[in-house]
Design a binder for this molecule. Structure first.
Ligand code: MGD
Ligand code: MGD
Ligand code: SF4
Ligand code: MO
Length: 732
């Protein structure tokens, strides 16, 4: 008899509740859970393919260990023995900085990824941390750090209540949203328009999101910071700024006008390839809307001035009085957030507390740019990375210059991959530790609940018991920490118990904690949960703001709704001044570089990326249900550019940039504007030694091979993945 089980979808940030159909130990179906308090039955084709994703025959079932140069199946004991025999010795010999850690995107989609990497890093004592954030949202962390004193205090557009949404460089109809967790983002955009609201989309491509909008502006890629600066300038110059009560929480408001003085609509219009009138009227509409939210994502982050653009997004939300008010952009409060402390000055935020060894890149949020990973492995000298631990990361495809990284990884003394696949990156590992498929894992969204358009909490216990011979990913991480720290063989529960003891001791000593003054060991005994991670979740809920415990979540399998987002200023502020610092020094110091681009009149073609609804970065191309159709690695070119360059639809072209060149199929389409071509990322599955049967049949080309890793947003270390110049040549 088939049975059903609930499982929060881990495939994108929307976190939809799924109802899985299970026959024996196989997931044979997935539909949206209509009773889910947040997603209300919404599902997309990826969620619907959950069964195929879970059962992909190319998923590794056992660890792999390199013997005589070849990766071979091994037992868990052999795998951890190999790690324990190599890593502590290498670190002892070459120092803590000789170890590097790479964390990829799925770490924010697993419980293990939230709970263990901090301890792994602490254990290794290395500053060589590289994550997908520097291919993604680091500019937003940095701008939030400067503005609010907390890189995690990221305001989220109040999608369900706003009257006006200005969306830049995001395509949530395909991506389902990012830094704005909202199941059924497309439905929420339609609802916005149905209630009389306005949607304006800024994107050089006519995306499916742009097609839903009241207005679509298609500026030249890379010009968002200029456009946003001109919008802010107009609000100030035309006396349309109305920060209201925010004024008492903010400093620097008076200096902003002068700092943005040169960014008039007329001055930025040529570089943006918009008219000054378009910019001015957008500013006036934004100011006139009863409530409004400005929201920018990948296309405004992974560009040369990504941090300035991210900062300006919130400057606009502040100038229009929309920050922290219903219908504007608010700070969520998740069930596992620490209970907020009273308002007051905090420790502030800085970048550049240390720098990368080879190119001297500043750290941001304790991370170094992943674009610099290859040189840190290759360049000889003290502190060269010799040992690498990659968890849920495929930087050979996701980061700039994969060929160089590929060579660099091959030269490591020792590499561990925690990954379900033998792919472009994990094929270099000495030990691969494969987590079980998602149906066998418990799930709680530690990360995304903090960016959700509604406060809510949902927990999924494993839908299917762990298959014989499998380890839960939490246990994989715990044992990894023990193996690299010389405690190989100690019980993995010890890792969780140590975290619990430390956290409860700190809480007991913290005057603002709900557990202040309690006995830590007594509190530890009270925790429920069948596993270490469940006990830790229980603890975090108890330390959180809603007086929830794990049992509450277990008794509410469709989730607990904690209500709409509420104003939270000033308690979220952790700046030194205790106020919003509207014009922080590092930002002010960067503005002259932005100003210098006003003179640019780029004539070259520039490249931007794109996402397809049935894709997920580099790792779902192996799922038959999600491949084919329009989900292909083609270079989109506007008909005028195609005619000028002699390119034909279905023909081939060579695309070249500073990092290299690729040969790709051409798709002639008006979906991109003139002067812009688009190639998706995550392709290039043609490297020997990977085990991706379906993906390797239609490998596509790796767009990031066009980059050499030198183009980055300076303030955040984020790679420029959009809006870089390319040259096209037709191929016969
Ligand atoms: N040109 C260009 N490049 C981009 C982007 C772009 O827009 N354009 N986008 C960037 C962005 S936003 C991101 S986030 C990065 C992503 O960069 P990465 O995180 O490096 O890439 P992913 O393709 O997400 O790879 C995730 C890896 O995790 C593995 N994995 C899947 N599920 C699990 C699991 O449950 N546990 C573990 N341990 N591993 C798992 C997969 O097999 C895969 O190896 O790519 C970036 N690269
Ligand atoms: N189906 C699917 N969903 C996903 C993913 C996936 O790979 N596939 N990846 C997940 C991840 S890791 C993330 S971070 C999110 C990302 O979610 P989104 O931010 O929505 O990402 P994209 O769909 O890449 O949208 C970026 C848009 O920016 C536009 N753009 C490029 N350059 C510029 C520019 O200079 N200015 C402006 N204004 N626009 C520009 C592009 O044309 C593109 O439409 O999606 C997540 N969801
Ligand atoms: S929208 Fe995202 S979370 Fe929802 S079903 Fe699709 S992939 Fe899963
Ligand atoms: Mo991402």
């Amino acid at each position: 008899m088939p049975r059903t089980a609930l499982r929060i979808c881990p495939l994108c940030e929307a976190t939809c509740g799924l109802t899985l159909t299970i026959e024996g130990t196989a997931v044979t179906g997935a539909r949206g859970d209509r009773d889910d308090v947040f997603s209300r039955g919404f599902i997309c084709p990826k969620g619907a393919a959950f069964g195929q994703i879970d059962a992909d025959p190319d998923r590794l079932r056992t660890p792999l260990v390199r013997r005589d140069g070849r990766l071979q199946e091994a037992t868990w004991e052999e795998a951890y023995d190999a790690i324990a025999a190599a890593v502590p010795g290498l670190v002892a010999e070459h120092g803590a900085q000789s170890a590097g850690v790479v964390l990829g995107n799925p770490n924010v989609h697993t419980m293990a990824g939230a709970l263990y990497p901090p301890l792994l890093l602490k254990t290794l004592g290395t500053r060589n941390l590289f994550t997908a954030s520097t291919l993604d949202q680091m500019p937003k962390h940095v701008s939030s750090g400067f503005l609010f004193g907390d890189p995690l205090a990221i305001p989220v557009p109040d999608l369900d209540r706003t009257d006006f949404l200005l969306l830049l460089g995001a395509n949530p109809v395909e991506s389902n949203g990012s830094l704005c967790t909202a199941p059924d983002f497309p439905g929420r955009l339609k609802a916005l328009r149905a209630r009389g609201g306005t949607l304006v989309v800024v994107d050089p491509r006519r995306t499916r999101t742009a097609a839903l909008a009241d207005r679509h502006l298609a500026p030249r890629p890379g010009s968002d910071a200029l456009l946003l600066a001109a919008l802010a300038h107009t609000l100030l110059a035309e006396k349309l700024a109305a920060p209201g009560t925010l004024e008492e929480h903010a400093e620097g408001l008076g200096e902003l006008g002068a700092a943005l003085g040169s960014f008039t609509p007329e001055a930025v219009a040529p570089a943006c390839d918009l008219t000054a009138d378009e910019i001015r009227s957008l500013a006036r509409e934004l100011a006139a809307a009863p409530t409004a939210a400005v929201y920018g994502r990948i296309g405004s982050c992974t560009v040369e001035h990504g941090t300035l653009a991210s900062w300006l997004v919130d400057v606009l939300n502040i100038l229009t009085g929309n920050l922290d008010r219903p219908g504007g952009a608010l700070f969520p409060l998740s069930a596992t957030d620490r209970t907020p402390r009273p308002a007051g000055p905090g420790r502030g935020f800085t970048v550049g507390r240390w720098h990368s060894r080879v190119s001297g890149h500043a750290e941001a949020k304790s991370e170094l740019p992943i674009a610099a990973l290859a040189e840190e492995i290759e360049t000889p000298g003290e502190g060269r990375i010799r040992t690498l631990i990659a968890i849920a990361a495929n930087p050979v495809l996701s980061a700039p210059d994969g060929d160089r990284l590929d060579r660099a990884l091959a030269g490591l003394d020792f590499m561990v991959s925690v990954d379900p696949y033998l792919n472009e990156t994990s094929r270099h590992a000495h030990v691969v530790l494969p987590p079980p498929p998602p149906a066998q894992s418990a799930h709680f969204d530690f990360a995304f609940n903090a960016f959700a358009v509604r406060n809510q909490a949902r927990y999924s216990p494993p839908a299917i018991p762990l298959e014989e011979g499998r380890l839960d990913e939490c246990e994989i991480h715990a044992r990894l920490i023990l193996a690299v720290s010389g405690l190989h063989g100690a019980p993995p529960e010890a890792v969780d118990e140590r975290v619990i003891a430390d956290t409860l001791a700190r809480a007991a000593a913290d005057a603002h904690s709900p557990l202040h003054g309690t006995d830590p060991s007594e509190q530890a005994r009270r925790l429920t949960g069948r596993t270490g991670p469940e006990r830790r979740l229980d603890m975090m809920l108890r330390l959180g703001p809603y007086e929830l415990v794990l049992d509450d979540l277990l008794e509410a399998p469709h989730g607990i709704d904690l209500g709409p987002l509420r104003p939270r200023l000033p308690e979220v502020l952790k700046t030194r001044s205790g106020r919003i610092e509207l014009l922080p020094d590092p930002i002010a110091a960067e503005l002259p570089r932005l100003r210098a681009t006003l003179a640019d009149r780029p004539t070259a073609l520039v490249l931007v990326g794109r996402r397809h609804l049935r894709s997920n970065n580099s790792w779902l191309h192996n799922i038959p249900a999600l491949t084919g159709g329009s989900n292909r690695c083609t270079l989109q070119v506007h008909p005028q550019d195609a005619a000028r360059l002699g390119l034909t639809d279905g023909g081939r072209a060579r695309v070249a940039a500073d990092g290299g060149s690729l040969e790709v199929p051409v798709e002639v389409t008006e979906a991109v504007r003139t002067g812009v071509v688009s190639l998706p990322h995550g392709w290039g599955h043609d490297r020997a030694g990977a085990r991706l049967g379906v993906a390797s049949a239609t490998p596509g080309a790796n767009v990031n091979q066009l980059l050499d890793g030198t183009r980055i947003d300076r303030l955040s270390g984020t790679a420029v993945l959009n809006a870089f110049p390319v040259e096209l040549t037709p191929l016969p």
